[in-house]
Design a protein around this ligand. Structure first.
Ligand SMILES: N[C@@H](CCC(=O)N[C@@H](CS)C(=O)NCC(=O)O)C(=O)O
Length: 200
């Protein structure tokens, strides 16, 4: 299995989860300029042009964080990185994955775009802050998004909120969110993934 990533991008989430799951995989870093990875044009792997992409077997490629994260969790059910498919708890996890993907991850994207005007960035930052306020409330009574157990949704949230330090999003008023980030950062799989991407 080959996982295509760009260092520090949202693909760090499935990278962390692949390590949490202890599934055998090869990490392939996509060069941001040449768009090459492992001697191949990344466009041939994922024509959408973005990471993450997981080549499960030659020619069988899965894209989109929410799908890849669940595939990896289901590849190692003993690690309990997601509730079993078909349960209400699994829907709750999917609810969180969609929240992180559409309400948090995609609100960060404009903040990294140097062509966007300051007022557009301020709007995006305001939207993130609103979502972080909600997260701070939710994380007041539990260590992870769905309860006491770390899941793939926590890996995803950890990665996207870690971008706050690079853009104008101040997390300091949100102690429960800061504690969550510190809690996830301590995990050996997270440290190993950061190191492998040259970010530790
Ligand atoms: N809908 C996709 C979005 C993935 C995405 O936004 N990937 C970004 C990095 S976080 C990317 O590869 N952008 C292209 C680039 O940086 O060149 C998903 O949820 O997986």
């Amino acid at each position: 299995m080959q996982l295509f990533v760009m260092p520090g991008a949202c693909s760090l989430a499935p990278h962390i989860v692949a390590r949490e799951a202890e599934v055998p995989f090869e990490l392939l870093i996509v060069d941001r300029k040449t768009r090459q990875a492992g001697g191949r044009a990344f466009a041939d792997v994922n024509p959408k042009g973005y990471v993450p992409a997981l080549e499960i077997e030659p020619g069988k490629v899965l894209t989109e964080n929410a799908a890849i994260l669940q595939f990896l969790a289901d590849s190692a059910p003993d690690k309990q990185l997601a509730p079993a498919a078909g349960t209400f708890e699994r829907l709750r996890l999917q609810e969180w994955l969609h929240f992180v993907g559409t309400e948090v991850h995609k609100a960060f994207s404009p903040l990294f775009d140097p062509t966007l005007p300051a007022d557009a960035k301020a709007w995006a930052a305001g939207r993130i802050t609103k979502r972080v306020e909600w997260l701070n409330t939710e994380l007041a009574d539990r260590p992870f998004l769905t309860g006491d157990r770390f899941t793939v949704a926590d890996a995803y949230l950890f990665v996207v909120l870690s971008w706050s330090k690079f853009v104008k999003v101040d997390l300091s008023p949100y102690p429960n969110v800061l504690a969550f980030l510190a809690r996830v950062a301590e995990r050996p799989a997270v440290q190993a993934a950061l190191k492998a991407e040259g970010l530790a």
